[in-house]
Design a protein around this ligand. Structure first.
Ligand code: NAD
Ligand code: MLT
Length: 544
């Protein structure tokens, strides 16, 4: 990239009242973080844990900052009730309990602390691996119940066994190092990590289908995104060795619980260890009835050290933010100087949407993004647009990617970004054209802004015009009469309403691309039926 890092990472929080700034901590936070906040005489800190939505709605109007862990649900209603809230700090990684979109709309910064609990989460995963192999929780319960049974709890060694890691990010990498220390063979699937990084760690990368048959243990360490939700299901488990074991200390729902239950019940899998669950708390789940499952109540980050680190980190970040200093680990703001940002907002939206669309349409590890800005954009400072594009590309891949860390993450993951400007605008007043190459595929997407609204005007050789937002079904069809009718009928059968339809074709009677804007997301069953339509060559569901 042509030296386009964001120069000014400061974000001015204006209109601060001269009275003390009020900080509400609504979940238990380690004392070191609270003390750090209280060292500032101009802050008034209140700790009230366990507030429900209604109580929070009543409490929030007088606060400038809110600090939460995973317990407090910061809903749209809470955010809309906030009168002077400038920043929401999450002591931890996942911001799934904060309505980030509502906060963004209201101009409230949301920040997290993505690094503080990495080691604890990795250590918990290793504890689960060993507990699972040696039946430690089961044996403990049995012994406490007065039974002395050495035969029943015969275990397996992990030494020499193969561990498959899905998601070789911060936690996945730390798990890998520890597993190698236990003399396990570690292999991984992460289409967004670079071959060089994996090689340096002594880890071979495989596609998921090639990795699964090799592993004795599988552990997932991805964020929960539209791509990773349910990524380990019946089909994937069927590819695994009989007697393999699965660990999920990342997010509930990455491993499909009904498929996991079936595989454990039939003995296809020998065991599973779960720290996180599809429905938050697993009460009522049949998994609780199985002896082969080891469960913990979301304890990955529950250590003194991790809680101290995330509390101190969030306190420091909130202090800086409220004092108009540097904004760190913000998940929802572009840190360009105020003023510049407003003018380019529609273009930032377009660039981010193109990136996100490319990431969801293409399979494989993104290697190269060639961005061409044309028309009037040649006179604009396009650096922030390229950063927004990269953020869009990486958003569904990394937890906590933001405008500050997007370029760095791209570099670390081996994504080359090339930016050029040209006066040849191909008939549009302004155009952003992006050709993304992954290790498997290549795709070009063009977009423009019309009356402040982003439009996608081209996918590969197909000219189209649609607004990139909401649920979109993008199909490549054989260009034959009746194909679109069959798709619409199938969507209708599953009660999915079509809000708009756009088509593009390259040559008559060849192939065409149809883009359906949907009022709701079709089920997996509906998608499978769509894929079976004779004329449909490809059907992708996109969420923007
Ligand atoms: P990270 O962003 O550093 O790493 C995520 C990795 O997943 C990246 O390397 C990315 O390339 C990869 N990835 C993304 N999409 C993928 C896909 N479709 N297929 C394969 N790989 C994909 O995140 P992290 O800090 O390592 O956190 C990992 C997970 O652990 C997150 O879900 C986080 O919320 C969770 N977490 C849980 C606990 C706990 O208490 N159990 C504690 C901390 C974090
Ligand atoms: C996180 O996202 O940081 C972890 O899941 C731990 C937590 O929720 O506190």
């Amino acid at each position: 990239m042509k030296g386009h890092e964001i120069r000014d990472t400061r974000y001015e929080i204006r209109d601060m009242p001269s009275v003390a700034r009020r900080i509400l901590i609504s979940d238990p936070l380690a004392k070191e973080g609270i003390e750090k906040l209280k060292e500032n005489d101009d802050f008034k800190v209140t700790e009230v844990a366990g507030l429900g939505e209604e109580e929070l709605v009543k409490t929030i109007p007088s606060y400038d900052a809110l600090i939460v862990r995973s317990g407090t649900r910061v809903t749209e209603k809470v955010i809309n009730a906030a009168a002077r809230l400038k920043v929401i700090g999450r002591a931890g990684t996942g911001v799934d309990n904060v309505d980030v979109e509502a906060a963004t709309k209201k101009g409230i910064i949301v920040m997290n602390t993505p690094e503080g609990n990495t080691i604890s989460a990795a250590e918990h995963t290793i504890s689960m691996l060993l507990a699972l192999s040696r039946n430690i929780p089961q044996a403990y319960i049995s012994l406490k119940g007065g039974e002395w049974n050495r035969k029943k709890f015969m275990g397996t060694e992990v030494c020499g066994k193969t561990l498959g890691i899905v998601g070789l990010g911060r936690i996945g990498s730390e798990v890998a190092k520890r597993a190698q220390g236990l003399k396990m063979k570690v292999i991984a699937y992460d289409p967004f990590t670079s071959q060089e990084k994996a090689e340096e760690m002594g880890i071979a990368l495989f596609d998921l289908e090639k990795l699964l048959p090799q592993v004795d243990y599988l552990t997932v360490h991805t964020p929960l995104t539209s791509q990773t939700k349910g990524m380990i299901g019946k089909k994937e488990i069927a590819l695994m060795k009989k007697g393999a074991r699965i660990i999920n200390c990342a997010r509930g729902g990455i491993v499909q619980e009904d498929a996991l239950y079936e595989a454990l019940k039939t003995g296809r899998l020998a065991g599973a260890a779960l720290d996180v669950f599809e429905k938050g708390k697993p009460f009522g789940s049949p998994l609780l009835e199985l002896d082969s499952v080891v469960l913990t109540p979301h304890l990955g980050a529950s250590t003194r050290e991790a809680q101290k680190k995330v509390a101190v980190d969030i306190a420091g970040q909130i202090i800086d933010a409220l004092k108009g200093g540097e904004i760190r680990n913000a998940v929802n703001i572009l840190t360009t100087p105020p003023g510049v940002q407003k003018k380019i907002i529609p273009w930032l939206n377009l660039a981010e949407k193109i990136g996100n669309l490319e990431a969801q349409l293409l399979e494989g590890h993104p290697r190269k993004a060639e961005v061409v800005y044309s028309g009037r954009l040649t006179d604009t400072e396009v650096g922030p647009l390229t950063i927004a594009l990269i953020k869009g590309l990486l958003d569904s891949v990394y937890e906590g990617v933001n405008y500050v860390n997007a370029s760095l993450l791209a570099k670390e993951r081996g994504l080359k970004v090339m930016e050029t400007k040209t006066s040849n605008e191909e008939g549009f007043a302004n155009l952003i054209s992006v050709r993304l190459t992954t290790h498997k595929q290549e795709k070009r997407i063009d977009g423009t802004v019309f009356e402040k609204v982003p439009h996608i005007v081209r996918i590969d050789d197909y000219s189209l015009d649609f607004v990139p937002q909401g649920h979109l079904l993008i199909c490549v069809n054989v260009d034959k009469p009746g194909a679109v009718g069959k798709i619409a009928t199938t969507l209708g059968k599953y009660e999915v309403n079509i809000g708009g339809l756009q088509m593009g074709r390259s040559t008559p009677s060849g192939k065409n691309v149809s883009v359906y804007t949907l009022d709701s997301s079709p089920s997996q069953k509906a998608m499978k039926e769509l894929e079976k339509i004779e004329e449909v060559l490809e059907a992708k569901l996109i969420h923007l």
